[in-house]
Design a protein around this ligand. Structure first.
Ligand code: HEC
Length: 172
């Protein structure tokens, strides 16, 4: 009887000590446990109202795909300073890694192409009709290696990028 009691006592002492150590360790943790950190439940906050114009109701990509190059025109003059300024940002987001900061094709990624992407200040690119330019960057160059950016870039960003590239002028 005494033996059973003492074994019980020893076991419960060990369990108590272990429990004390584990909770003690838990309480001094600096990072906090999951049950202590705030949790966000789905739909706890009201869903924000969608900004006007987020959902296209007409126009869109399909129309550009359907028509020939020469039927595509920029929705604003490509010489507009605001378009050129936004195009510079677009270029830095979407083109610079291939076409490079000097527009010569020696970007971080571009230089691993052989041959590298052409110079964007070349007479060929500078005199390229805007519809052709738009289709090339949107759907890629047929048989070439320019990536199709239609699902990456908004239409307006593409036009702005074209305005920026055209503003670079010809390289002699
Ligand atoms: C993943 C790399 C990559 C990205 C990103 C990229 N390009 Fe290109 N681009 C190329 C390559 C490679 C070529 C050469 C294609 C070929 O000749 O097949 C090319 C060709 C072109 C050409 C035709 C050049 C010529 O001499 O005919 C134009 C114009 C052009 N890119 C503009 C752009 C613009 C503007 C952007 C950004 C909106 C862009 N590219 C993004 C790789 C890229």
């Amino acid at each position: 009887m005494v033996r059973i009691l003492s074994v019980g006592l020893i076991v419960s002492t060990i369990a108590l000590v272990a429990w004390g150590v584990i909770t003690g360790y838990d309480n001094v943790l600096s990072v906090g446990r999951m049950w202590q950190t705030p949790g966000i439940k789905p739909y706890e906050n009201p869903i924000p109202v969608m900004a006007a114009g987020s959902m296209p109701v007409n126009g869109g990509e399909a129309l550009y795909r359907a028509v020939a190059d020469d039927e595509i025109a920029a929705p604003f003059p490509l010489t507009e300073p605001a378009a050129i300024a936004s195009g510079k940002t677009a270029y830095q987001y979407y083109c610079i890694h291939c076409h490079g900061k000097n527009f010569d094709g020696y970007g971080t990624v571009g230089q691993s192409f052989a041959p590298p992407p052409g110079d964007l200040r070349s007479a060929k690119v500078q005199s390229m009709p805007e519809g052709v330019f738009f289709k090339e960057i949107s759907y890629g160059i047929p048989g070439g290696r320019q990536p199709a950016l239609d699902t990456t870039m908004a239409v307006v960003d593409r036009w702005n990028a074209i305005a920026f590239v055209k503003s670079l002028g010809r390289r002699q």
